[in-house]
Ligand binder design. Structure first.
Ligand code: PEP
Length: 692
């Protein structure tokens, strides 16, 4: 549910931000003018130079657009979602002020593309802020379209695209013109009130006096003539329909720079021929680098009988200065500053109209050149409406921005998919290998006679076990570990292919004056192949430390013996939940120093001390959990493949009755058997568990 909510919010936010960022980015001057309105509203008009506001408007549009794209692609999810919350918090605060104080009629959130009232804007921002908070609450739930390693391409391309779009729009004109003076617009029509349009309503209040008493009246209760008129005030009570073009008026300017004579708007718009309107809200800040092109256009207009008017809201001084520096011979006309800024986003800019219809618009950087001004406009391309339609412009954006990102996403998904497939194949391969290894791993049942039986009884038992296993071949390796004095004799009665032989201990010294000790070499010389080391009874009763055991293991391996190395925790340690650290420390202290080659001759036996000879068995689950843990530490040390190869036994009150369940666990590879290895039937019962 939360994933769905986050993704819906993130996509809606993305679409709004991309749209609002883009429409602002392609009209940086429009955003600059809007910022100027804000500065005026807070009494800071002119406090910052235009270039600062222009940089800010380009930056703001770029930030919005980039946030939109980053939300869409789920790029840098945490930072992006929090930046969105931050930006929307500021915007919501500003629109709250707009809704309360109403200092500006349109917030400019969507440039000129969509106009909202201040209250609508406030609700829109509250909705967007809520969505941003939902997104920032669980940013990582946003689904990615491009993998993390390729996101830098989207980031850089988006920044590049939007900055270039702004720069290009400044150099030329906005790619999309949402204003009523766009190419193809019929200016006369734009000024008309459609039939039946709602008319504005006004109310007039009259202030009248009689006998020294002053009172207010309306037309509805206007009194008789005995009242004397003092004053009246008229207020608009209903806005009514306002045509898109409502402030477009062209008035000639006299030689003194003041408006002179009647408006010429109608005569210009009614003229069936072509007219050039050179638009400059302020000539004092107009770019004069292309004045040569302007003068040439004026001459061209004169030559072909086209009108040429310079519309400006400049001071007489600024007009004169312009005439001085450019040698302008054309006439100047007064028009409202805001209207001029709305007509064209260039100062100066040029508009060609024919019978009131806008045919072409040029920024001062892209004015028609000499070679385009050879033919009269009637015959040249310049005089015709251009054929760049809105779908055509959208196609350009698709080709320049959407398509590359789409191709990148597709390539990225394919790349991610092929990597996933490869990883899956690899993990399948490892899984199969490990499965095979597991199957191949040696299963062992080893008996530990401890200090039981004299030589004759021991030899007889060994003989009996040997015969029983020859008669009924086991499904696992079988080993019997006997006291030292039995080894040589037992070796004589065992078929080493059926039953292996091992000692219960060996010395930690190679040889020499160590009375009573038996060396690894001596054990090996009896015909034994195995030795048990690290048994808890030896650690407990004979003080065998990790260091001593390390020596013993080294000597046993050096003499060609396989080591059954025992580890396990006491009851107190288990109760303190320290079993994992205890067994790991025992392994690290005595055998994890071995190299991989030496490790091949190590068999581990997990024997919880509380279960040895006590009749208490660890449950199959407890045993499995410990063996799996031990195997994981082997994997950490020697790698997964070696770990899967390592035989690990369980020991501790293992009997024929519980062996099948214990041996059914995936990590238990057999048992080290104490008491139950002293009788053939008991021992065989455990061995046969591998047949079940
Ligand atoms: C042992 O001493 O190794 C052992 C597992 O003993 P028992 O099977 O008797 O618990």
């Amino acid at each position: 549910m939360s994933r769905l909510a986050v993704n819906i919010c993130r996509l809606l936010l993305a679409l709004v931000f991309i749209f609002s960022g883009y429409v602002k980015a392609i009209d940086p001057l429009g955003t600059l003018y809007k910022l100027g309105d804000y500065m005026k509203a807070v009494g800071l008009e002119g406090a910052l130079p235009d270039w600062v506001l222009l940089t800010f408007s380009i930056g703001l549009a770029a930030v919005e657009f980039c946030l939109g794209i980053f939300l869409l692609f789920a790029i840098r999810r945490r930072q992006t979602s929090w930046a969105t919350v931050g930006l929307l918090s500021v915007m919501t605060a500003v629109t709250l002020w707009l809704a309360i104080a109403n200092p500006i009629s349109d917030c400019g959130c969507f440039g000129d593309a969509v106009k909202l009232t201040n209250t609508q804007t406030l609700w829109k921002n509250i909705a967007l802020l809520t969505m941003a908070v939902v997104t920032a609450w669980r940013p990582l739930k946003m689904m990615r379209f491009v993998s993390e390693s390729n996101q830098w391409i989207v980031i850089n391309y988006t920044i590049f695209f939007i900055i270039v779009s702004s720069a290009w729009s400044l150099w030329t004109l906005p790619m999309f013109d949402f204003r009523p003076y766009h190419i193809g617009a019929d200016l006369k029509k734009g000024m008309q009130m459609p039939p039946g349009a709602e008319q504005p309503e006004f109310e007039t209040t009259f202030i009248l006096r009689k006998n020294g008493v002053q009172k207010e009246f309306t037309l509805n209760n206007y009194p008789d003539s005995t009242w004397e008129f003092v004053d009246s005030k008229t207020v608009q009570t209903k806005a009514g329909y306002e045509p898109p073009i409502h402030d477009f008026d062209i008035t000639p300017i006299g030689s003194d720079g003041q408006p002179a004579g009647e408006s010429v708007t109608d005569s210009i718009l009614d003229n069936k021929g072509y007219s050039f309107l050179l638009i400059s809200p302020h000539l004092e800040t107009a770019d004069d680098t292309n004045f040569g092109d302007i003068d040439q256009l004026y001459e061209y207009a004169q030559e072909h009988g086209y009108g040429f008017y310079c519309l400006t809201a400049s001071t007489p001084k600024a007009i004169r200065h312009w005439q001085d520096i450019t040698g302008a011979e054309y006439n100047f006309y007064a028009t409202d500053e805001t209207t001029l800024k709305t007509i064209i986003r260039s100062n100066p800019g040029l508009m060609l109209i024919k019978h009131g219809v806008v045919i072409r618009k040029w920024s001062h950087n892209r004015l028609p050149k000499t070679d385009e001004l050879v033919q009269p406009l009637e015959k040249s391309e310049l005089g015709q409406l251009p054929d760049d339609t809105i779908p055509g412009k959208i196609l350009k954006i698709v080709l320049w921005f959407v398509l590359p990102l789409f191709v990148l996403t597709l390539a990225d998904r394919l790349w991610a998919w092929s990597r996933w497939l490869k990883r899956k194949q690899e993990s399948n391969r490892i899984y199969q290998l490990l499965k095979k290894k597991r199957k191949m791993r040696k299963k062992i049942v080893a008996g530990n006679w401890k200090m039981n039986m004299n030589l004759q009884d021991g030899v007889a038992l060994a003989k009996e076990i040997n015969e029983a296993l020859i008669a009924d071949k086991p499904n696992c390796d079988v080993v019997i570990c006997t006291p030292f004095i039995h080894l040589a004799s037992v070796a004589q009665v065992l078929d080493s292919k059926v039953v292996g032989l091992g000692a219960e201990n060996c010395a930690d010294k190679e040889k020499g004056a160590y009375t009573g000790e038996v060396s690894a070499e001596m054990v090996k010389s009896t015909g034994a192949q195995y030795v048990i080391l690290g048994h808890s009874e030896r650690r407990q009763y004979y003080g065998e430390t990790a260091e001593i055991l390390k020596e013993k293991v080294q000597l046993a391996l050096a003499n060609g013996l396989k080591v059954i190395f025992c580890i396990g925790e006491t009851l107190e340690e288990r109760e303190a939940n320290k079993q994992n650290e205890v067994v790991k420390a025992e392994l690290e202290g005595s055998v994890y120093n071995l190299n991989a080659e030496e490790w091949k001759n190590i068999i581990l036996a997990y024997e919880p001390i509380w279960a040895i000879g006590t009749g208490k068995t660890a449950t199959a689950e407890q045993a499995e959990e410990m063996l799996a843990y031990i195997r994981s530490t082997v994997a950490e040390k020697y790698g997964a493949v070696v770990a899967e190869d390592t035989t690990i036994l369980y020991g501790g009150s293992c009997k024929a009755s519980n062996a099948p369940e214990l041996f059914s666990k995936p990590d238990i590879d057999g048992g080290l058997i104490g008491g139950a290895s002293l009788k053939t039937a008991d021992f065989k019962g455990i061995i046969d568990a591998w047949k079940k």
